[in-house]
Design a protein around this ligand. Structure first.
Ligand SMILES: NC(=O)C1=CN([C@@H]2O[C@H](COP(=O)(O)OP(=O)(O)OC[C@H]3O[C@@H](n4cnc5c(N)ncnc54)[C@H](O)[C@@H]3O)[C@@H](O)[C@H]2O)C=CC1
Ligand SMILES: O=C(O)[C@@H]1CCC=N1
Length: 264
C-alpha cells in the first residue's frame, strides 16, 4: 500500500529520491510531499502530482515516513522545528552526511524509529546503492525501509559507525565514476572519436564492466585477466596508468573524502 512520505529538503538528493519513488510506484504522487524554502524549482515534481510546499510542519504531520534531505548544518534547526509533529508511529530517515542518530535523538528527545540512509543520485533512475542503519526500529519497520530503497536500487544494512565510509564509497563514488568516464571520453576524442560517440562507448563500457561484477560475482582482477592479451595493448595501457599513480590516486582521494567528513 502506498505510504505517505514527506521529503524535507527538495534539493539534489531529495528530488532524486522522489523521482525514483515515483518511477518505482512505492508511493503514489498524491502521497508524497516535498518541502523547500523556495519551491519555484520544484515545478516538474508538482506537475507530476507531488505536493510541493514550504511548510515542514504540515508535511510531517500527514506523513508515515519522513525523509530529511537537508544539508548537515541545517539539520538541528530543521529537526527542532518539526519535533512537535514527530510521533513514535512515524519513521524518520536521514540521508544527511556525518550526522549520527544520537545527534538527532538529542534534538528529538523521544524514542522513535530513526534510520540513516546513504543513497546516491542514481536513485533518480532506480539504480542507487543505499546503505542503511537504524535505531529503535522494529523488524517490520526495518523491512519496510529496506523495501522502500530496494525499489530504487540495491540495499545493504550496515553498522552506523560505517556510515561515513558508505557516504564516500557509495555517494561520492558517483562523482568519482563520472570523472573516470569523463577521462575516457577525453582520451577517446584524442584517438579519433567525436564526443557523442566517445561518451556512448565510455558509459556503456563502464556499465557493462560493473554488471559483469554484479551478475557474476567475480573479482575485478579475474575480469581483467580475460581482457589482457599477453604483450597486448590492454596491459601496456593499464601498466602505464599504474606507473602514473592511477589506483594510488583513487585510494588517496577516497581517504581524503573520508577525512573531510570526520573533520566536519
Ligand atoms: N548529493 C548527493 O549525491 C548526496 C547528498 N547526501 C546528503 O544529502 C543532503 C542533501 O544534499 P543535497 O541534496 O546535495 O543538498 P541540496 O542543497 O541540493 O538540498 C538541500 C535542500 O534543502 C532545502 N532546505 C534548506 N533549509 C530548509 C528548510 N528549513 N526546510 C526545507 N527545506 C530546506 C534547500 O533549499 C535545498 O533545496 C546533505 O546532507 C548531503 O550530505 C547524501 C548522499 C548523496
Ligand atoms: O559532497 C558531499 O558532502 C555530499 C555527501 C555525499 C555526496 N555529497
Amino acid at each position: 500500500m502506498s505510504k505517505k512520505i514527506a521529503v524535507i529538503g527538495g534539493g539534489n538528493l531529495g528530488t532524486a529520491i522522489v523521482e525514483g519513488i515515483l518511477q518505482s510506484g512505492f508511493s503514489k504522487a498524491e502521497d508524497i510531499t516535498v518541502t523547500k524554502r523556495n519551491i519555484a524549482t520544484l515545478t516538474s515534481l508538482k506537475e507530476k502530482g507531488v505536493t510541493v510546499i514550504t511548510d515542514n510542519n504540515k508535511a510531517v504531520k500527514d506523513a508515515e515516513i519522513v525523509i530529511l534531505a537537508i544539508k548537515p548544518f541545517q539539520i538541528k534547526d530543521v529537526l527542532a522545528g518539526i519535533v512537535k509533529d514527530l510521533s513514535p508511529d512515524q519513521i524518520l530517515i536521514s540521508v544527511v552526511t556525518g550526522i549520527f542518530i544520537k545527534d538527532m535523538q538529542e534534538v528529538i528527545k523521544k524514542k522513535m524509529p530513526i534510520f540513516r540512509a546513504m543513497p546516491n543520485t542514481a536513485i533518480a533512475i532506480r539504480e542507487s546503492m543505499t546503505c542503511l542503519s537504524s535505531a529503535h526500529a522494529s523488524e517490520e519497520q526495518v523491512t519496510l525501509v529496506k523495501d522502500l530503497f530496494c525499489t530504487v536500487g540495491k540495499v545493504t544494512v550496515i553498522e552506523e559507525k560505517l556510515m561515513d565510509a558508505a557516504t564516500v564509497l557509495g555517494a561520492c563514488g558517483t562523482a568519482y565514476a563520472m570523472r573516470y568516464v569523463r577521462a575516457n571520453i577525453q582520451g577517446g576524442i584524442e584517438i579519433g572519436f567525436d564526443a557523442a560517440t566517445a561518451s556512448l562507448i565510455a558509459a556503456q563500457t563502464v556499465k557493462g564492466a560493473a554488471e559483469l561484477l554484479l551478475q557474476k560475482g567475480t573479482h575485478p582482477e579475474q575480469e581483467i585477466d580475460k581482457v589482457t592479451t599477453p604483450k597486448g595493448c590492454t596491459i601496456a595501457g593499464l601498466n602505464e596508468m599504474e606507473h602514473q599513480g592511477f589506483s594510488s590516486s583513487l585510494i588517496k582521494g577516497i581517504s581524503t573524502s573520508y577525512e573531510k567528513i570526520l573533520k566536519g
